[in-house]
Structure formats: C-alpha cells, structure tokens
Design a protein around this ligand. Structure first.
Ligand code: GRE
Length: 336
C-alpha cells in the first residue's frame, strides 16, 4: 500500500548519543545500527519510507526521554531543545514529516504552554508523552496525569484540538526494584510497557478525565497495550460491581474506546490480534504504525501490505483515519 502514515516513530538528539547507547543496550540487538537510525531525521528514514510505501511519518522523541528527568528545569529545557530540533526536521520535509510535541510533565500549566507553542508556532500535530513523569528529589516519585490538577493541561489539548499519544517508558525507582528487578526480561515490550500505559489510561477513564474533557483524543500503541483483550471483563466489573460500589465515570469502557481512544499497530504485527481488535473496536479507531527503529519497516510494512483486508478498511487504517484525526497536509501518495 502506498501513502501509509506512521505515527509512533522515534528520533533522538544526536548529542545524547550515550543515553541512546544505554537504551539500545537494553532493547536493540544491533546497538550501532539502532543509534545511527534513531539519530537520523532525514535520508535514512526517507529511504525506508520510499522503499516501503510510507508517505508520511509523525516523529516523536524516544523513550524514556523527558519523562526520565526529575529535575523540572532540566526537563523543560530538554523538551524545548527537542521540539526546536524536530521543527527543523519537519521544515526540511513538510510533505513527509510531522511531529508530536515533547513535553516536560512536571507542571500542567508549563506543559500546556509548551504544547501551545509547538502547535501554534511549529504546526506540530499533538503531543507524545512517555507514561508517568519521574519526579521528586531522587526521581522515585511518579506524576500521573489523571487527577484534577491536570485539567488545565487537558483543556489546552482539547482547545488546540490535537491528539495526545500515551507512550510507555521503563519502570524506575521503587516500582522497578519491587516488581521488575528480579524479572528483568519482562521489562519493555514483553510486559512492563503495557502494564504502565494500561494503568495510566484506565486511571484517566476511572478518574473522570474523559468525562471532564469529552472531546479529548488519546492514542495508545501496540494494539492497545493489552486493554482490548480485557474489554469484556473490564466492562463487566465496571458496570456490574464497581459502579454500584461508587465508581463514578459516566460512560462504559467501550464508549470511551468509541469516543476518545485510538490504538495503533506499532510493534504488534499479528493478523489474528488485529482481526480481534477490529471485531471489538471497529476500523474507525485503529491506525497503522511501525515503532521504528525499535521495529523494522520491513516487518511492519510487509505484514501490512499483504494483509487480506477489504480495501476501504485498509485505506482507513493505513492512511485515512490518520489524515482526518491529524488534519494532515498533502503528502507523498496521500491520494494513492
Ligand atoms: C519504544 O517504542 O520506545 C520502544 C522502546 C524500547 C523497546 C521497544 C519499543 O523504547 O517499542
């Protein structure tokens, strides 16, 4: 399929090479290749896109990124630097690249202001945040965005009418030590990433963020971070037990998925799993993505291009849903 759109696609700052090597050591079999690819927001990426029929990529700063920085001033300075860097990449290839804002999430008003700057000055298409913000004197605290203090931020997101991508990061501090330290191979895609994002997103549901901000659009990757497979059970327990006990969210979990939540195929190229998600959620809430450079263009695109889906479903997920959600400009093969 030509003109695909991909939106969980990471870059780093070349000057943070050492941090990239550390992260690559945890997740990349070929650390040199990974470090080269993630630092590129030009020719290497464009060549892969051309080879594999990806017309447009929404760039985002790699995990754990700014969410790993517990000093609020440093976090904000890095976010601004990253956004200025991403803006230059987009300005060089506006018909191939867009960007998500990178945000320090220490302070809701500051995060809102940086998002507003990126959207209004740079034309960024939303924000991508790596789960909870590390905070506190030694980085052991975690800031969630599901409480009332964050309403000012969510209000800005919906005023600007841009989506918010909730991306995973690695477990840290006490949580890491208690849950994961003795099970290190489960950190990342096998379990901890989905564990973190599903907790955070379901916290937003049950703490009423989507009731207070009914137009808010949140995207999660990896075919929904395990939540779609639990929809029946979550629904049963919310509706039949938790609401009678006091859970106050207004809609059912399926309604939030219908009205507020999107999933992407990033890093999860399984046909039966996608078919299951389409049965549960329908094709209007699913978006193609790769998860480059943690996953390869060929694994994602060869799988996608060979999928026996109806043409209109394939066009929706591969391109048209993203075009509408992000109000994309014309890009390579955008009408193919
Ligand atoms: C990511 O999407 O950021 C990611 C990692 C590490 C491993 C896999 C992965 O940061 O998808």
């Amino acid at each position: 399929m030509l003109g695909k759109v991909a939106l969980e696609e990471a870059f780093n700052l070349p000057r943070l090479h050492e941090k990239t090597r550390w992260w690559a050591g945890l997740f990349a079999v070929d650390a040199d290749k990974h470090a080269t690819e993630i630092a590129d927001v030009g020719d290497i990426r464009l060549q892969y896109m051309d080879q594999h029929g990806v017309g447009y990529t929404i760039l985002s700063y790699t995990a754990p990124g700014v969410q790993d920085i517990w000093n609020p001033k440093e976090a904000q300075a890095l976010a601004v630097e990253v956004n200025d860097h991403a803006a230059r990449a987009v300005q060089a290839h506006p018909d191939r690249f867009g960007a998500f804002a990178t945000l320090s999430m220490h302070d809701p008003a500051e995060a809102a202001a940086e998002l507003r700057r990126c959207v209004t000055e740079y034309g960024f298409l939303g924000a991508l945040v790596n789960d909870t913000q590390r905070a506190g004197p030694d980085g052991d605290d975690m800031i969630f965005y599901d409480g009332p203090a964050w309403d000012v931020f969510w209000q800005t997101v919906t005023d600007l009418d841009v989506p918010f991508y909730l991306h995973p990061r690695n477990p840290t501090g006490t949580i890491h030590d208690r849950l994961w330290a003795d099970r290190p191979w489960l950190i990342g895609p096998p379990l901890s990433f989905a564990h973190g994002v599903s907790l955070h997103l379901l916290g937003m549901v049950t703490n009423g963020v989507f009731d207070r901000h009914p137009r808010l659009q949140v995207v999660i990757g990896h075919l929904g971070e395990h939540i779609p497979f639990d929809l029946w059970r979550i629904n049963h327990w919310f509706e039949d037990v938790k609401k009678p006990l006091g859970l106050a969210c207004q809609k059912t979990i399926r309604e939030y998925f219908h009205d507020n939540i999107w999933i992407t195929t990033s890093g999860h190229f399984s046909t039966p799993t996608l078919e299951y998600c389409l049965t549960e959620l329908g094709p209007d809430r699913v978006l193609f993505s790769i998860d480059y450079p943690f996953e390869s263009f060929s694994d994602a695109c060869d799988w996608w291009d060979a999928l026996p889906l109806e043409d209109d479903v394939k066009r929706k997920i591969g391109r048209d849903n993203a075009k509408a959600l992000f109000k994309l400009p014309a890009f390579k093969d955008s009408e193919a």
